[in-house]
Write a protein that binds this ligand. Structure first.
Ligand code: GAR
Length: 192
């Protein structure tokens, strides 16, 4: 029997990575349990995932101290790893330190290319197409106080189809994200 570690997922997007992370936890040999989902805005994506998997959902209050709210939630739910999934801001350093550096992010490109401030979501795929890149993909990396600069933990790629739109590319890359992110979280926790 695997001793599972408590993971929280935080984001504000469509919630598709949160969904993949929760679904992977149904595997008997998964090293984590999703104990909490945190939404940074009252969008529908995270609500749907949390409800479907019967996982507590907490929505951050933008009027209050963000670091303090996240910090309190990490303690309340005994969180050992925080997974960013569509979290578009810099995470306060205090949270990274509190979790002993066990904070991961998924980025929709092959870092170090197409990363940094302003490179998120569909903007990344538009930039990949504009640069006529032949390959793109997804990167799981450790979170630091800078955008997209932490150590790369896992990466996988797809070929960029000729004449594809940014939206079509996003779908292809999200398939990669959903495959590598949950596996990487589980393997990372097993090894730390
Ligand atoms: C994902 O594609 C993720 O890689 C990206 O936001 C999307 C969230 O989608 N993150 C970044 O761009 C971070 N720089 P989701 O809500 O469907 O998981």
């Amino acid at each position: 029997m695997v001793q599972r570690k408590n993971v929280a997922v935080i984001g504000s997007g469509a919630g598709s990575n949160a969904e993949a992370i929760c679904t992977y936890a149904l595997n008997a040999d998964c090293a984590y349990a999703v104990a909490l989902i945190v939404s940074t805005s009252p969008g529908a994506g995270m609500y749907t995932v949390a409800a479907a998997h019967s996982i507590p959902l907490r929505v951050l209050d933008p009027e209050k101290d963000i670091a303090g709210q996240i910090s309190d939630l990490m303690i309340e739910y005994g969180i050992e790893l925080l997974a960013l999934a569509g979290f578009m801001k810099l995470l306060p350093t205090q949270i990274i330190e509190q979790l002993g550096g066990r904070v991961l992010n998924i980025h929709p490109a092959l870092l170090p290319s197409f990363g940094g401030k302003g490179m998120y979501g569909i903007h990344v795929h538009k930039a990949v197409i504009a640069a006529k890149a032949l390959k793109t993909g997804a990167t799981v990396h450790l979170v630091t106080e800078q955008y997209d600069e932490g150590r790369i933990i896992a990466q996988d790629y797809v070929d960029v189809p000729t004449n594809c739109t940014a939206q079509e590319l996003q779908i292809l890359v999200k398939n990669v994200e959903h495959r590598i992110y949950p596996q990487t979280i589980s393997a990372f926790l097993r090894n730390t």
